[in-house]
Design a protein around this ligand. Sequence first.
Ligand code: BG6
Length: 529
Amino acid sequence: MGEQTVSASAAPESSTPKAGPCAMVIFGGGGDLTKRLVTPALYNLATTGLLPDDFAILGVDHSDGTDEGWRDSLSEMMQGFVGGSGEFDPAKIDVEAWDWLKSRMFYLKGDFEDPKTFEAVKARLGDLAGSHSTGGNALFYLAVADRFFGTVVDGLGAAGLTESGDGAWRRVVIEKPFGHDLASAQALNARVLKVLREDQVYRIDHFLGKETVQNIMTFRFANGLFEPLWNRDHIDHVQITVAETVGVEGRGGFYEATGALRDMVPNHVFQLVAMVAMEPPVSFGADDVRSRKVDVFKSMKTVKPEHAVRGQYAAGTVLGKPTEAYRAEPHVDPRSHTETYVALKLDIDNWRWAGVPFYLRTGKHMSARTSEVAIRFKPAPTALFAATETSDIQANWLAIQIQPEEGISLQFEVKRPGPVVDLKSVKMNFAYKDWFPAQQNVGYETLLYDAMTGDQTLFQRADQVEEAWRVVDGVLAHWGRSAPQDFPDYAGGTAGPVSADLLLARDGDRAWRPVRLDPGPKQPGEPSK
Ligand code: BG6
């Protein structure tokens, strides 16, 4: 065979087929999630031609409203994104695509606790099946506060909306948080599964909508190079960081009862762990992939309280701007003990990973927004270099940058040019932006498309959710009982509390990688020479 070459090029025309006819019912149509993420994602899907031709959206919420009013408020909001710097920041709105979408949007006022709401939804779905040829297929999207998840599912069931009786499909997308601990997640699963079959339930974790997260599995299993090294014989430890510069952004009320551990770890961070740690599935079929992930969760030892540290941000300077302490945020108790930072040491007790710690950390108001998975390989033996200028040999790092810089880098040692043997750590970098055209993507596009096409691969199965809560449940219970912390304990704009450094330091010569954006070859992580 001839040598294969690779080149950066514009993406080929997408061969992805459009989703089939359906109606999407968004409970919480007037809410923040619908505005910030779901509508922009639908718009992006419209611009790429992936929404069905026969499509309609019904927004349901408790405030008064009309179809026109809802469309206008969303149009205004879409315009407001133009030139911004958030998840969705288009240079302009494609009028044709937006008008196409907007003309398919309808609004219904309804109280989620009132059975009449669901009867009205049923009637509207019947109308839309006629006017928009949706075929009776319906995707119910629960963009509501989690206390309504069970209520809405019960309402759908009682109104007979979960089965169409004529072969049309009915699916329900449930947002996070799916429970607050193991017991509440089990109770919610039991309630939901009384009304729906598991194959109708799409528990969302938006980290799985990120290309870079999906790519971890592809990267591992499509390359012969890394997988043979991907185990306890060659890997010293794994570090996973999800650092945010934002604070709680007006969500103090929600965050007070949630905290960093519940908000990020058993869901988003564990998704990253599963991608890194799973065994190869026998196929890309949803249940094959999800079963291999649940194996990882089942192999995780329940985290011991002494392997978890928490922190809370004080006032500080984040990205050059002064910031308030968490306790000074709106709707936050001025003596709050809610954590805004958490770091854990996780043990995965199976043949591949026994003895390889996974150190996880996430926090708000940190020094940089950066999420990465970093694999530290075991160092090479040093004997050969003992009589040289080399003081020590750095271990190799493979860093998978999830966001905002998207890429992969490999750090290795080379001989520093010159007459003596001395080493220098250098990096090979792959940046998505060098190879693929930038795409407007808020992370929900694939997830919505998959829900419309019935692919559950990127959604959480009941057993995954419960196993993940099981792993952190002991820490949550311990924190709930233990004495108040000496909070706040890290200044806004820093890498987190000192206690997190000690978590690694007590395991030998281990230290967190710096929390900062990785701008390329000049900043290996972390060559000392
Ligand atoms: C959400 C959390 O699920 O994920 C937020 O509730 C967090 O607190 C967010 O900021 C992070 O997601 P992303 O995609 O911005 O990294």
